[in-house]
Design a protein. Structure first.
Length: 201
């Protein structure tokens, strides 16, 4: 699947341009990105661009990247916003390259979360390569350059992660930044995220 989604949300006007199955809708001040299948597979190539002057950006469910896939995902968001998508779940043998770029005009809260393997199904992430790059600009200056990389089972080393889930929280306001990284288990990630979501309401 190849898909492109562009959203402009300014002055109470909401516009979408799309190619492919991705879509979006807005409820009050929240923008929902919609992937009808909720799955990325094979050689999927996804690009999302959003420009907004306020509100929260999320999606409708977990994004699942299945086994034997090579996925390229690019997201670019500009304005003042909260970006709080559901976690990305990587099946064993999934491969992905993710590039996130955020251009903050005033303030933003960005929460990224990744889950390696489907522990509830007895699956351990043992094979695959993941690279996620996050760049955050404030007032046209690069403030954060963060890389999350996984190759096969190296994340199970307690000196790297030791558990299968990571949550990255970035807060930017008045050109100041704060970074919080949390390593949690599959059993605890929903509770951790629920508490974080409450802080953004």
């Amino acid at each position: 699947m190849k898909a492109y989604l562009e959203i402009n949300n300014y002055d109470n006007k909401f516009y979408i341009f799309k190619e492919g199955p991705l879509g979006a809708f807005k409820v009050n001040k929240t923008i929902y990105i919609v992937n009808p299948s909720e799955v990325l597979a094979n050689n999927d190539n996804i690009e999302i661009k959003i420009a907004t002057d306020e509100g929260k950006i999320t999606d409708q469910a977990y994004t699942k990247i299945i086994s034997k896939s090579i996925v390229n995902l690019r997201i670019s968001i500009s304005g003042s916003f909260s970006y709080i998508p559901h976690p990305i779940l990587f099946y064993n043998k999934a491969n992905a390259e993710i590039n996130n770029e955020f251009y903050v005009s005033d303030k933003a809260i960005i929460i990224e979360s990744y889950i390696l393997g489907r522990k509830g199904h007895g699956e351990i992430f043992r094979e695959g390569k993941i690279k996620s790059i996050t760049k955050i600009f404030s007032r046209n200056r690069l403030k954060i350059f963060d890389i999350f990389k996984v190759k096969n089972e190296d994340y199970r080393n307690p000196n790297l992660m030791g558990k299968e889930c990571i949550i990255n929280i970035y807060k930017i306001e008045n050109d100041e930044v704060d970074i919080d990284k949390r390593i949690v288990s599959t059993e605890d990630i929903e509770e951790e995220l629920s508490l974080l979501y409450m802080l953004t309401k």
